[in-house]
Design a protein around this ligand. Structure first.
Ligand code: NDP
Ligand code: X2W
Length: 311
C-alpha cells in the first residue's frame, strides 16, 4: 500500500532534504503544495487532513498551528520542530532510545533536536545503566554546520564569508535543554556551549567526563562496552573501536549527506578522563534522516530503508 505524505514546510532546509530522501521511494506518494499555496491556511488544512502522514518542517509556532488544523483521528504526524519534544501524547522519534515499537505505533512523533541526538545517544544509555550519575552537572560542547540554523543562517554565512566560528547560547536557556535533561533522566540541565562553523553541514557533540571525580567504578572500557552493546543491532548508529589511536577528528566543508552517527569514547592512559564525542549530520540523523527513519517505522518498514549510511 502506498502512504500519502505531506511535508508542511517542504521548501525549507529540512523539508527539502526529506523530499530528496523520499524522491525514489515507491512506498510513499508526496502531496506537494506550490509556492502560491504552501503558506495558505486552507490549502495546508486540506493537505494535513487528507494525508496519511504529515511531516512538519516548520518553525515551532507554525508546527503547533499545523497540529491544531488536524481535525481527524487518522492523520499521523512527525514534527521536526522543538514544539512537542517533551509533550504528553508524543513519542520521541529516537528509536534507539525509546524502542522501535513506540514510534511504529504512534499517532504523533516528535523528531529529536540535532544536538540532543548526539548528547542523548551517548549519555542516556550510560546513565540508565548506572555507569554514570544522573545528578552530575554535565556539560556539552558542540559545533554545527550553518545549515543547522535553516535558511536564515545559511544566508547569513553564505553572504558573509568572513565568519569562521560563531559561539551562541550565551544567555543559556537553549531550546534543546529540556529534551536533553528529560530523556537522559538528569537532575540538572547540562551547561550547553553550541557553536556554528563555516561548513554547510555536519556536527560534533562532545561530553567531557571527569571519570576519576565521579562516584562510579566504571572504566572507560566499561563505558565503551555499554555503548557498543546498546547499539550492536543498529544499522544507523555505530560505536568506533576503543583504544585505537585517532589523532584528530575532522569535519569537512564539502561533507556529503549522511544519515548515520558515530560515537567515540576517548580516554587518557590512566582512565581518569574521558571525552565522549558524537559525529553526525545535522540534516541527516539530526533532522531529515531521523524523520525518514521514523516514517519507515510508521510504515512498517525496516528503519534504515532509503537512508544514506556510509560516511
Ligand atoms: N536545519 C536543521 O539542521 C534542523 C532543523 N530542525 C527543525 O526543523 C524545522 C524547520 O527548520 P529548517 O528547515 O532548518 O528551517 P527553514 O527556515 O530552512 O525552513 C522553514 C520552512 O517553513 C516555512 N514556513 C514558515 N512559516 C510557515 C507557515 N506558517 N506555513 C507554512 N510554511 C511556513 C518557511 O517558508 P519561508 O522561508 O517562505 O518563510 C520555510 O520554507 C524547525 O523547527 C527547526 O528547528 C530540526 C533539526 C535540525
Ligand atoms: C546551528 C543552529 O542554529 N542550530 C539550531 C538547532 C537546530 C534546529 O533548528 O533545531 P531543532 O529543531 O532541532 O531544535 C539552534 O541552535 O537553534
Amino acid at each position: 500500500m502506498t502512504l500519502s505524505v505531506f511535508i508542511d514546510g517542504a521548501a525549507g532546509t529540512t523539508g527539502l532534504e526529506i523530499r530528496d530522501r523520499l524522491a525514489n521511494r515507491g512506498e510513499f506518494s508526496l502531496i506537494v503544495l506550490g509556492d502560491d499555496q504552501r503558506k495558505d491556511a486552507n490549502s495546508r488544512r486540506d493537505a494535513l487532513n487528507s494525508c496519511d502522514i504529515a511531516v512538519l518542517c516548520l518553525p515551532d509556532d507554525a508546527a503547533r498551528e499545523a497540529v491544531g488544523m488536524i481535525d481527524n483521528s487518522t492523520t499521523r504526524v512527525i514534527d521536526a520542530s522543538t514544539a512537542h519534544r517533551v509533550a504528553n501524547g508524543w513519542a520521541y522519534g529516537f528509536p534507539e532510545l525509546v524502542g522501535q515499537a513506540a514510534i511504529a505505533n504512534a499517532l504523533r512523533v516528535a523528531n529529536p533536536g540535532c544536538y540532543p541526538t548526539g548528547f542523548l545517544a551517548m549519555l542516556a544509555p550510560l546513565v540508565r545503566s548506572g555507569l554514570l550519575p544522573s545528578d552530575w552537572p554535565w556539560s556539552v560542547n558542540a559545533v554545527s554546520g550553518y545549515s543547522g540554523g535553516g535558511n536564515a543562517l545559511i544566508d547569513r554565512f553564505e553572504q558573509d564569508r568572513s565568519i569562521a566560528w560563531r559561539g551562541y547560547g550565551l544567555a543559556m536557556g537553549h531550546k534543546h535543554l529540556g529534551e536533553m535533561q528529560h530523556y537522559a533522566g538528569l537532575a540538572h540541565a547540562p551547561i550547553f556551549a553550541p557553536a556554528v562553523i563555516d561548513a554547510h553541514r555536519g556536527m560534533f557533540v562532545e561530553i567531557p567526563v571527569p571519570l576519576a571525580c565521579l562516584e562510579t567504578s566504571a572504566s572507560p572500557a566499561d563505558l565503551h562496552g555499554t555503548l557498543s552493546q546498546h547499539y550492536a543491532s543498529s544499522a544507523v548508529v555505530n560505536v568506533a573501536p576503543f583504544g585505537i589511536e585517532i589523532g584528530e577528528l575532522l569535519l569537512r566543508k564539502d561533507a556529503a549527506p549522511w544519515d548515520g552517527m558515530t560515537l567515540h569514547v576517548f580516554a587518557d592512559a590512566n582512565g581518569e578522563q574521558v571525552r565522549l564525542i558524537a559525529q553526525l549530520d545535522n540534516l541527516g540523523k539530526g533532522a531529515s534522516g531521523a524523520a525518514v527513519q521514523s516514517l519507515n517505522l510508521m510504515a512498517g518498514l525496516p528503519e534504515e530503508t532509503g537512508l544514506s549510511l556510509s560516511a
